[in-house]
Design a protein around this ligand. Structure first.
Ligand code: BG6
Length: 490
């Protein structure tokens, strides 16, 4: 296979709430992730809250509907995986050294907003939190790894939810942009690559994770989407002002879709489905709301509070590049009744008879990645970055401590081959590849540890046992060679 371009950024990807642990250390506040309990493949994650009467209750994260006046928080007797993470907070030096050993050129992490502003609306940042990320970035730089920072990865302050219902309220924009100014100034020169909101299109499937809102009511989701899109555009402008060499991208949860049949009704449904993903990307890349969304909102009786001031901000803050997560593809059909459904990270879809699934039921489709990259590049002509991809699987540690994860290597190899084709056969501009969970971490959708993505095994188990030791899996040495050979040796 032809070598990837010289400047291609190989590395890995993580998020603060899924690795750091130390949830209440260093004056950190409580984030929305900190209030999600552990689930599993068959058991949903729950959000915990105290009612006005003082009772502690919980509701399913994906179908949340907590009435106003209840207080979301963490309570005794529940298991919250983000509180432990993989204790990156205390292990980051060793972990980054391992990434350096693999030859990473980039590491994607998120800044936990609540380490910097524990409640979200304070004027003065928390110095202890700022210092922590200074140390993390310095360590990366020591190992010749460029940090890529996600400003918001499912971890806004829960205090903002309890006060204003999170992103449903426009005042959250100001809190966020203040936070962006503070971290942008502080890490000027250390961080050049920024992403605004992780999987921003995920708001429509899980308002809680995406926007810290307490229901999936369509009006609330539309308001939260508008406020986040405006905040994202604002963040782009702020970061460009702070340092004109900053590169700021959006982040879309991308899942390629196919029409289940040649029935034109299925094709129509497919197109509508794609608009749900492209809507966010259209605004972030083009700087305005697309015409189809006005029609859709009208038909669904959703009010759009798009002011002239917002329009101006959106126009000015278009992104420099598009980043995506890509794990799987699904099928769509106009008539879904009776058809087999498959799982996904953000949304469910229909089963594709030509594809295998992972242990967690996600359909494996490397060609879907090539297609997705082409669709996006054709539509926007902006550089693309794959900042998440990988296989969540159960790993077995042998008595000698080795972990043979050939299934993971196969998955990644096939996706790398398709990216190579997208670059050299199709002409797509691709900046880099950051496989998800390069070190085993807490799963976002289920909160489990046993769903592992990493090149590095972390000894933390779902029952709370494990001593946290780090082990190199077979994929560790394999990925090291891939990076060394610029993708030639797969
Ligand atoms: C993406 C998220 O949706 O998928 C990550 O950005 C998440 O936070 C990843 O961890 C994999 O999903 P899961 O549910 O297997 O952790």
């Amino acid at each position: 296979m032809r070598k990837f371009p010289e400047h291609f950024l190989w590395g890995g990807s993580t998020a603060a709430n899924q690795i750091e642990g130390a949830w209440n250390i260093g004056r950190k506040g409580i984030s929305i992730a900190d209030c999600c309990t552990k689930g599993s493949k068959d058991k949903p994650r729950m959000i915990t809250f105290r009612t006005k009467e003082g009772d502690v209750k919980s509701q399913k994260m994906f179908t949340l509907n907590v009435p106003e006046g209840n207080e979301i928080g963490c309570f005794d007797g529940f298991d919250y995986p983000s509180h432990r993470g993989i204790d990156f907070y205390h292990h980051f030096k060793d972990d980054i050294a391992l990434f350096g050993e693999m030859g990473f050129r980039m590491l994607r992490i998120s800044i936990n907003w609540t380490r910097i502003f524990p409640l979200g609306w304070e004027k003065e940042p928390n110095e202890e939190g700022l210092k922590f990320y200074d140390e993390v970035f310095d360590e990366c730089i020591k190992h010749k790894i460029q940090p890529m920072v996600t400003l918001s990865h499912y971890e806004m302050p829960v205090a903002l939810t309890n006060k204003w219902n999170g992103w449903a309220d426009e005042r959250t924009i100001q809190c966020f942009t203040h936070y962006v100014k503070v971290v942008g100034e502080r890490y000027r020169g250390k961080v050049k690559y920024w992403l605004t909101f992780n999987e921003i299109n995920g708001i429509q499937f899980c308002g809680w994770m995406g926007a810290g809102v307490t229901s999936n009511d369509p009006q609330v989701i539309a308001d939260a989407s508008l406020h986040q899109l405006v905040a994202s555009a604002y963040a782009v402008s702020i970061l460009h002002q702070i340092d004109s060499s900053n590169l700021v991208g959006n982040m879309i949860g991308y899942s390629t879709s196919y029409a289940l049949s040649a029935n034109p009704q299925d094709a129509l449904k497919l197109w509508k489905n794609y608009n749900d993903t492209y809507f966010y990307c259209d605004v972030q890349c083009r700087g305005y709301y697309p015409s189809y969304i006005f029609r859709e909102y009208e038909a669904r009786h959703i009010q759009l509070h798009l002011t002239d001031e917002y329009k101006e901000i959106l126009k000015k803050g278009t992104v420099d590049f598009i980043s995506i997560s890509y794990y799987m593809s699904t099928c769509v059909s106009a008539e879904e009744k009776g058809l087999d459904i498959v799982n996904g990270n953000l949304a469910f879809g229909l089963k594709n008879p030509y594809l295998e699934t992972s242990e967690w039921g996600w359909q494996i489709d490397p060609i879907g990645l090539r297609l997705g990259l082409n669709y996006l590049y054709d539509r926007y002509q902006k550089p693309l970055f794959v900042v998440e991809n990988g296989l969540g699987a159960h790993d077995h540690v042998k008595a000698d401590g080795s972990i043979c994860d050939s299934y993971r290597i196969d998955y990644l190899r096939q996706h790398i081959i398709e990216m190579n084709k997208a670059i050299y056969e199709d002409g797509v501009e691709l900046m880099g590849y950051l496989p998800w969970g390069c070190i085993d971490l807490v799963s976002a959708s289920t909160g489990e540890m046993r769903k592992r993505y990493g090149f590095i095994y972390t000894d933390y188990q779902d029952d709370g046992t494990g001593d946290g030791k780090r082990l190199r899996k077979d994929s560790f040495g394999w990925y090291k060679k891939v990076i060394e050979s610029q993708g030639e040796e797969l």
